[in-house]
Design a protein around this ligand. Structure first.
Ligand code: BDP
Length: 585
C-alpha cells in the first residue's frame, strides 16, 4: 500500500493535532450513532498518541472497549475532480470510520495502515466531520491475543496495551486514474545493479519507470508496468550507508503525465547461505536491540523528535540494526532506517501466543491452540497481519528479515499446524527475504519445532535472569551448551533477545540482579559466548529502553531491561555495548 505523498499530481493534508475524544465505557456509542453529532462530553486528545497516559485518570489509562475520536476538516478546494482518500497510518487495535453520516472504513489490526476512497462523500472546499471509533479489546481472534473478563483485559505479552490513533491521519488526493501499487526487487551482480519493478494502476494510460541517482541524474528508464532497470557502476545500499536511488513511476497519456509517484530505492541483496547472513554478498553481523515504540506521555504514538533522538543513540552506541518488537513500527521509522543504513528485522504483531509461558508467568490455564482459544480465525487474522505487513514494507531496503511471531508455543503438533501455512504465505508474498520467528526458552534446542521452518534461527534467551538468576557462571555454561546445539543446525543464529533488568542508580560491587553492574556483566558474559560460536551472527539486546507494561510484581514501573531508561539516559551497560559494537564496526 502506497504512502500518501506530495508531488506534481498529488497532494496531502495531515489531520494531526487536537481531536475531540470520548470514552464509551457502556459501549452505547455505536447503537446511539455517536458519529452523527459532535461527540457527547468530549475532551481534547492529541493525535497521534496513545490516549492512555494523556490524562490524570485511571479510567482512561485502563479503559477497555470503544473510544471515540472526532474532528472536522475542510477538503482543499483545489481537489475538485480528484480522487480523495482518507488514510489512517494506524488505529490500535481496530476501528470503524465515518465521514459525516457515512461509514467509509473498518479495519482490524493495530499496527498497519488502512484507507478509504471518500471522493463521493466529500466536496472540495466544504467541511466534513470525521469520526473514528477505536476498540482496544484483545481477544483470541485478535493479533496479538487477549481475554476480556468482566470488563477487565488480560493479555499474554509484556508491554502495556496502549491504544488510540498512534500514527498520522491523512486526507490526500490522487488523479482519478492513478498508480495504486509499486513493488521493487533490487539485485546486484558485480558493479551492476538491477531494480525489478511492477507498477499497479487503476485506470488507463501508459506506464513507465525512471530511476535517478541521489544527485538527481537519470540512470535508467523503462516503459511498461513491469520491467528491470539496470544501473552500471551501482552505488549499493549497505549497512551504515543508506544510499537511495529515486524511482519515479509515471502514468501517462501521450505527453501528459496523469500520475507520478516517487519511491526511494536501495539496491542491495539479502541471502542466507549456510550459517551466514549475507547483505550484498558479505557476511553481516547484527548488533543492536529489540526495540519498542514506547515513550512517556505519548505511549505508542509516533513522534519525530524521539525518532531522531533514538537514531542518534543507536549511532552513538554503535548499533547497526534493530527488531521492531513486537509489531510493525511506524513507516517513518523504516524510512529513517532506509536513509541511515540501519538494518531492520520487521516483526508482525503476533506476540503472546504461548499459554505454557502464560501459565508460568500469569498462572492462567489455557491451551494455546484450540477451538476455544487460538483457532482458524486467529490464524486468518495472523495471515492478514502478515499480508498487510509485507504490502506496507516490501520496498524498504532496511528490512532484511521478516519475523512472523515472537515466542509462540513451538513444541507441539498444533504449533506446527498453525505456523506452517504462515511461513509458506510469507515466502509466497516475498520470495526475496528470509523468514523467521523468535523462539522462547521453554522450547530449547531439541524441543522446538518451529525454527526448522525458518531461514534464520532467532532465540530469545535469559540465562542469568529468569534461569540461573544471579549465577552468571551457571548461565554461561547453559548458554554455551544450547547455542552449540543450535549451531549444529547449520543456520545463522540471531540471539534476538538477551537482557537483565536494571534499576538506574542501583549500583553494586558484587553481581546483584537489578543493579546496573549486573546488567553489564550479564551482557559481557553473553558476548564471550557469542564470540566462541561462529553461527551466532546477531546480538540484539533486550531492550533498547525501559518500557511500560501491565502491572506485575516482577515489573517496577514497567520493564527495566532497557540499556537506556525510558527517557533515554544511558545505564552502565550502554558504555559496555558502545565499546564492543564500535569495535565490531
Ligand atoms: C521475552 C519477550 C519480551 C519480554 C521479555 C522480558 O519476548 O517481550 O519483555 O521476555 O521478560 O519473553 O523482559
Amino acid at each position: 500500500m502506497l504512502r500518501p505523498q506530495d508531488g506534481p499530481t498529488r497532494e496531502r493534508k495531515k489531520l494531526d493535532g487536537l481531536w475531540r475524544f470520548a470514552l464509551d465505557p457502556g459501549g452505547t456509542g455505536r447503537g446511539d450513532g455517536w458519529w452523527r453529532e459532535p461527540l457527547p462530553d468530549a475532551r481534547e486528545v492529541a493525535v497521534p498518541a496513545s490516549y492512555n497516559d494523556l490524562f490524570a485518570d485511571a479510567a482512561v489509562r485502563d479503559h477497555v472497549g470503544d473510544a471515540w475520536y472526532q474532528t472536522d476538516v475542510v477538503v482543499p478546494r483545489g481537489w475538485a475532480g480528484q480522487r480523495v482518500v482518507l488514510r489512517f497510518d494506524a488505529a490500535t487495535h481496530r476501528a470503524v470510520v465515518w465521514v459525516d453520516d457515512v461509514e467509509v472504513a473498518a479495519h482490524e489490526g493495530g499496527y498497519t495502515p488502512f484507507e478509504a476512497d471518500v471522493t463521493t462523500h466529500v466536496r472540495p472546499g466544504r467541511q466534513v466531520r470525521i469520526t473514528v471509533v477505536v476498540d482496544n479489546r484483545l481477544t483470541w481472534q485478535s493479533i496479538p491475543p487477549g481475554v476480556v473478563t468482566d470488563g477487565r483485559q488480560t493479555y499474554f505479552h509484556d508491554f502495556f496495551n496502549y491504544a488510540g490513533l498512534h500514527r498520522s491521519v491523512w486526507l490526500y488526493s490522487t488523479p482519478l486514474a492513478h498508480i495504486d501499487d509499486l513493488t521493487v526487487v533490487p539485485g546486484l551482480e558485480g558493479t551492476t545493479g538491477t531494480v525489478g519493478y511492477r507498477i499497479g494502476t487503476s485506470g488507463g494510460g501508459e506506464v513507465r519507470a525512471v530511476l535517478l541517482d541521489a544527485g538527481g541524474t537519470e540512470v535508467a528508464r523503462s516503459d511498461g508496468a513491469e520491467g528491470v532497470l539496470t544501473v552500471e557502476e551501482v552505488h549499493p545500499w549497505r549497512p551504515g550507508e543508506g544510499y537511495l536511488y529515486d524511482l519515479r513511476a509515471e502514468l501517462t497519456d501521450g505527453n501528459e503525465v496523469i500520475d507520478s509517484y516517487r519511491l526511494p530505492v536501495g539496491i542491495r541483496t539479502v541471502e542466507v547461505r549456510g550459517a551466514q547472513f549475507l547483505i550484498n554478498g558479505e557476511p553481516f553481523r547484527f548488533t543492536g536491540f529489540g526495540k519498542h515504540e514506547d515513550i512517556p506521555v505519548r505511549g505508542k504514538g509516533h513522534d519525530d523528535a524521539w525518532l531522531v533522538h533514538d537514531g542518534a543513540l543507536m549511532e552513538w552506541i554503535g548499533a547497526n540494526s534493530f527488531r521492531t518488537a513486537h509489531y510493525p513500527h511506524a513507516e517513518e521509522v523504516l524510512d529513517y532506517a532506509d536513509r541511515h543504513g540501519i538494518v531492520v528485522i520487521d516483526e508482525a504483531a503476533a506476540v503472546g501466543q504461548n499459554m505454557k509461558l502464560a501459565a508460568v508467568v500469569m498462572g492462567t490455564q489455557y491451551e494455546t491452540f484450540s477451538p476455544e482459544t487460538i483457532d482458524e480465525r486467529s490464524r486468518e487474522a495472523h495471515a492478514q497481519a502478515v499480508r498487510e505487513l509485507i504490502a506496507r514494507d516490501k520496498n524498504h531496503p532496511s528490512v532484511v528479515l521478516w519475523s512472523i511471531a515472537n515466542e509462540p508455543e513451538s513444541d507441539s503438533d498444533a504449533a506446527v499446524d498453525y505456523f506452517e501455512p504462515l511461513f509458506a504465505l510469507t515466502r509466497g508474498l516475498d520470495p526475496t527475504r528470509p523468514v523467521a520467528s523468535a523462539n522462547m526458552m521453554f522450547a530449547p534446542h531439541g524441543r522446538d519445532r518451529l525454527q526448522a521452518l525458518g531461514d534464520v534461527v532467532m532465540l530469545n534467551r535469559y540465562y542469568g535472569w529468569y534461569a540461573f538468576p544471579g549465577d552468571l557462571d551457571g548461565a554461561e555454561r547453559a548458554l554455551q551448551a544450547e547455542l552449540e546445539a543450535w549451531a549444529g543446525e547449520g543456520k545463522p543464529i540471531v540471539v534476538s533477545e538477551f537482557g537483565a533488568d536494571a534499576m538506574p542508580g542501583v549500583r553494586s560491587v558484587t553481581p546483584q540482579p537489578w543493579s546496573e553492574e549486573y546488567q553489564a556483566e550479564f551482557l559481557a558474559m553473553y558476548h564471550r559466548v557469542f564470540d566462541r560460536i561462529d553461527a551466532v551472527v546477531g546480538e540484539h539486546v533486550w531492550s533498547f529502553a525501559d518500557f511500560a507494561t501491565s502491572a506485575a510484581i516482577g515489573r517496577v514501573d514497567g520493564n527495566r531491561k532497557g540499556v537506556f531508561t525510558r527517557d533515554r539516559r544511558p545505564k552502565a551497560a550502554a558504555f559496555l555495548l558502545r565499546s564492543r559494537w564500535r569495535k565490531l564496526g
